[in-house]
Design a protein around this ligand. Structure first.
Ligand SMILES: Nc1nc2c(c(=O)[nH]1)N[C@H]1C(S)=C(S)[C@@H](COP(=O)(O)O)O[C@H]1N2
Ligand SMILES: [Mo]
Length: 377
C-alpha cells in the first residue's frame, strides 16, 4: 500500500490486516481448481488408501502422514528430551533412559483434524484431504504420566506444552511445532511417549526418535520429534494452539479449540476402480460391505449402511482398545445398475455423522458421511 494512504486505514481494517497476517491459510477459501500449493502439500503428505481399512492395524507406510514443515535431522545417539517448567525437578532423558522406563503398547486410531477439507465448498486452502487422513497403529513407549510423576507436577500447573524439533513459518510466524494439553489429559494413563510404531523403530516421518500420542484426540495433539516438555502454570498460547486448529466462522472469529475426534465410519470401496476417475465397478451378486468406525467421544454403538438412501444396520465388532477403530460389515446382494453406497456411525454419546457438512473456516472436524458410486454389471 502507498505510504500516503496508510493514515486512512480504519481501526477495523487495521485489526483485519493483523488477523490476516496471522491467518492460518494464506488465502480465503476457494471454489476454484486445486492450486499448485495444495498439490505440493498433497504430494509431501499422504492419506491411507481406503482398502487399508481391511486391517486392524495399518501396515507400515500406509498410515496417513501430515508434516507441517520438514522432517528434522535428528541423531538418536545425541538426542535427549527435557522435561521442565512447573515441576519439582527437571529431567533430561536420552533414548537409553527411556527404553529402561516402564512401557505400554496402545492401539490408537489417529485422524487429521482437516480430514475431508477438500470436500467443503468453498474449500479452505491447506492440505487438501479427501476422506482418508486416518490410520491405526500400535504405539509403544513410556506413559507420559510416569515421567510427569517423576518430575513432580506443581500444584498450580494448568497445562503441559510439547515442542517438536521441526521448524518453519506459518501464518507469517516463525515457530517450532508445539501444542499443549490440559494437565488432566496429560496425566491419563494411556497417553504415551512413543519410540516404536507397530513393533518397529518409529520411522523418521512419524516422529523419530520420540513422539507424543494422545488417544481420542485429532492428530495435531500428538506432537512428533519431541524435543521438550514444559509444565505450565498459564495456558499455552502458541500458534498451533491459539490460531491454528480452531473451529472458526471467519478469520476474525477467535473460535473454539479442536480436540476430540468426532464420530466417523469409512467403507472399503467394493469392486475395482477405474484408474483415472476411481469410479467403482463390480459384478452383480452377494458382496460383504465392510469398513471401520471410530470416535473420540466413546464407543461406536452403531453403523448404518445406506444403499441408494435406504439405511440398514451393520454388524459392529468390539474395538481392540477404547480409541482404536471398530470393524463393521453388512452383506449386500448387488443388483445391476448404478448405486450410491454410504455409511454412518453413531457413538455412545448419541452423536452421529451429518449427511451434509457444516462448514467452518479452517475445514476442521469434517465428518460428513462418505458416499461411493458403484456401477454393478
Ligand atoms: N512436531 C510435529 N508434530 C506433529 C505435526 C507436525 O507437523 N510437527 N503434525 C501433526 C498433525 S496435524 C497430525 S494430523 C499428526 C500426523 O501424524 P502422522 O503423520 O504420524 O500420521 O501429527 C501431528 N504432530
Ligand atoms: Mo492434522
Amino acid at each position: 500500500m502507498p505510504k500516503q494512504l496508510s493514515k486512512h486505514i480504519s481501526p477495523v481494517l487495521a485489526r483485519r490486516r493483523q488477523t490476516e497476517r496471522l491467518a492460518v491459510h494464506p488465502a480465503e477459501p476457494s471454489d476454484g481448481p486445486l492450486t499448485a500449493e495444495e498439490l505440493q502439500l498433497a504430494v509431501r503428505n499422504h492419506s491411507m488408501p481406503l482398502e487399508a481399512l481391511r486391517n486392524d492395524v495399518t501396515p507400515p507406510g500406509l498410515h496417513y502422514l501430515l508434516d507441517h514443515f520438514d522432517i528434522p535431522a535428528i541423531d538418536g545417539n545425541s538426542w535427549h528430551l527435557r522435561i521442565g517448567g512447573a515441576v519439582e525437578r527437571s529431567l533430561e532423558l536420552n533414548l537409553r533412559a527411556l527404553s529402561r522406563a516402564p512401557s505400554i503398547s496402545v492401539p490408537v486410531t489417529l485422524e487429521c483434524a482437516g480430514n475431508g477439507r477438500s470436500l467443503l465448498k468453498p474449500r479452505p486452502l491447506s492440505q487438501p484431504w479427501t476422506l482418508e487422513g486416518v490410520g491405526t497403529a500400535v504405539w509403544t513407549g513410556v506413559p507420559l504420566a510416569y515421567l510427569l510423576a517423576q518430575a513432580g507436577v506443581d500444584d498450580d500447573a494448568v497445562e503441559v506444552a510439547f515442542t517438536g524439533a521441526d521448524a518453519g513459518i506459518q501464518g507469517g510466524v516463525r515457530q517450532q511445532y508445539a501444542r499443549s494439553l490440559p494437565v488432566d489429559q496429560a496425566l491419563r494413563p494411556d497417553v504415551v511417549l512413543a519410540y516404536r510404531m507397530n513393533g518397529t523403530q518409529l520411522p523418521p516421518q512419524h516422529g523419530f526418535p520420540l513422539r507424543l500420542v494422545v488417544p481420542g484426540w485429532y492428530g495435531m495433539a500428538s506432537v512428533k520429534w519431541l524435543s521438550s516438555i514444559k509444565v505450565l502454570s498459564k495456558p499455552f498460547a502458541g500458534f498451533q494452539q491459539s490460531v491454528a486448529y480452531r473451529y472458526q466462522q471467519d478469520a476474525d472469529d477467535p473460535g473454539t479449540p479442536v480436540s476430540w475426534m468426532k464420530v466417523r465410519a469409512l467403507m472399503v470401496p467394493p469392486g475395482v476402480p477405474d484408474f483415472f476417475t476411481r469410479q467403482r465397478i463390480m459384478p452383480a451378486g452377494p458382496v460383504m460391505l465392510s469398513g471401520r468406525a471410530w470416535s473420540g467421544h466413546g464407543r461406536v454403538t452403531r453403523v448404518d449402511v445406506g444403499i441408494d438412501g435406504t439405511w440398514l444396520p451393520a454388524q459392529v465388532a468390539q474395538p481392540p482398545a477404547p480409541f482404536a477403530w471398530s470393524a463393521w460389515s453388512l452383506p449386500w446382494v448387488a443388483d445391476p445398475g448404478d448405486h450410491e453406497l454410504s455409511c454412518r456411525a453413531t457413538d455412545a454419546t448419541g452423536a452421529t455423522q451429518p449427511l451434509d457438512q457444516v462448514w467452518n473456516y479452517q475445514g476442521m472436524g469434517n465428518n460428513a458421511v462418505q458416499r461411493i458410486k458403484v456401477t454393478v454389471e
